[in-house]
Design a protein around this ligand. Structure first.
Ligand code: 5GP
Ligand code: MN
Length: 335
């Protein structure tokens, strides 16, 4: 994989570009995708953004989201756009299986593949150019760096700044995780000078739930959370019936996994959701318990040191039993 800065000369000429990110995009994926979209459009390129799946309603305030194509609803169009593209930007993921059903379309394509991502263990063979930096707070911060280093920082307007802010804010847990560095804060100061209304962005993302989602949170914490003080761990499990009963939609379960970590002494939190196609795990930790390794080793997943995800094809009961078993094996690291 060549350094990302080597792509700048190619971008001096108008290109036909597709931007994509991981399935079920979060604010970092969607924010970085749309920020890059607005930047590249200013550069005279033809740009399309394709999301591998649908996304949460609370991302719909982002400028440009109405132009994002949902691959699952527009397979033919997406295939056409990919076939015509000569450049593919892959944001906030680093292995194409993270694009779910879009992945087969992305294999063996002629477009130049460019990676901008902050997850661990990238599949560097797939990408021709790129930057993979796990020390970065977010892909949005990396897209900001990409724009600044191109010498076109003055192109960052309120629209681009707002998209970038959303991803940095959410991926750093509102600037509390260790990934929020001095350079992250310098970037935020710059975005503030470009006119972002940070209070409105926080409200758009965090104060935009329907009543059922807030009641669902209460229900889950009361009925679906189990705490294992001997391992400083807590797990939340959610059944298909729960999802149905509370009319849970994409994005409504985001953030739930963080709640057990607010219990004094808890270092490791796990959330498992009984989705139609698989049991989806989310893992979060505080301090030196490496959930990326845990997710890779036991749940066919990955991510970051303190935030990762995985999956299982077992039943909900079976995968919870498996979790409890492997938790014991990791007891030494959790004390
Ligand atoms: P979440 O729990 O929010 O779904 O994911 C936490 C982090 O782990 C995110 O950065 C996400 O990209 C990553 N992640 C989630 N699921 C998977 C997975 O199945 N495989 C890999 N490699 N990363 C994942
Ligand atoms: Mn991210």
């Amino acid at each position: 994989m060549k350094a990302i800065k080597e792509i700048y000369p190619i971008l001096e000429q108008p290109q036909n570009i597709v931007i994509t990110f991981h399935q079920k995009p979060d604010a970092d994926a969607m924010g970085s995708g749309l920020a890059l979209y607005h930047f590249l459009v200013k550069g005279g390129h033809k740009v399309d953004v394709i999301s591998p799946t649908n996304w949460s309603d609370w991302l719909n305030w982002m400028p440009g989201v109405d132009k994002v194509i949902d691959f699952e609803l527009n397979k033919n169009l997406s295939q056409q756009l990919i076939a015509q593209a000569n450049c593919l930007f892959c944001l906030d993921f680093n292995i194409i299986s993270r694009t779910k059903n879009f992945a087969p379309v992305l294999e063996d394509i002629s477009a130049t593949k460019v990676l901008i991502d902050h997850h661990q263990q990238p599949d560097v063979d797939y990408f021709e150019y790129g930057e993979s930096n796990t020390a970065k707070s977010s892909t949005c911060e990396m897209v900001y760096d990409f724009i600044i280093e191109s010498g076109k920082g003055e192109w960052i307007d309120q629209t681009i700044a707002g998209c970038l802010y959303a991803g940095v804010m959410t991926d750093t847990g509102s600037f509390r995780f260790p990934g929020a560095t001095a350079s992250t804060h310098r970037m935020i100061a710059d975005l503030k000078e470009k006119g972002i209304e940070h209070t409105r962005i926080h409200e758009n993302i965090y104060d935009n739930f329907l009543e059922n989602r807030v009641r669902f949170l209460g229900y889950v914490l009361l009925k679906r959370m189990e705490v294992f003080y001997e391992y400083n761990t807590a797990i939340i499990w959610i059944s298909k019936r729960d999802l149905f009963k509370f009319e849970i939609k994409t994005g409504d379960t985001d953030g739930l996994v963080n709640y057990p970590l607010t219990i004094k002494g808890i270092k490791f939190a796990a959330l498992v959701i009984d989705r139609d196609e698989e049991r989806k795990w989310s893992f979060r930790s505080k301090g030196d318990f490496d959930v990326n390794t845990f997710a890779r080793k036991y749940f066919n997943g990955g991510g970051h040191f303190n935030a990762a995800g995985g999956r299982s094809n077992d039943s909900l009961e079976e995968t919870i039993e498996h979790f409890k078993k492997v938790l014991k094996e990791n007891a030494a690291q959790l004390l």
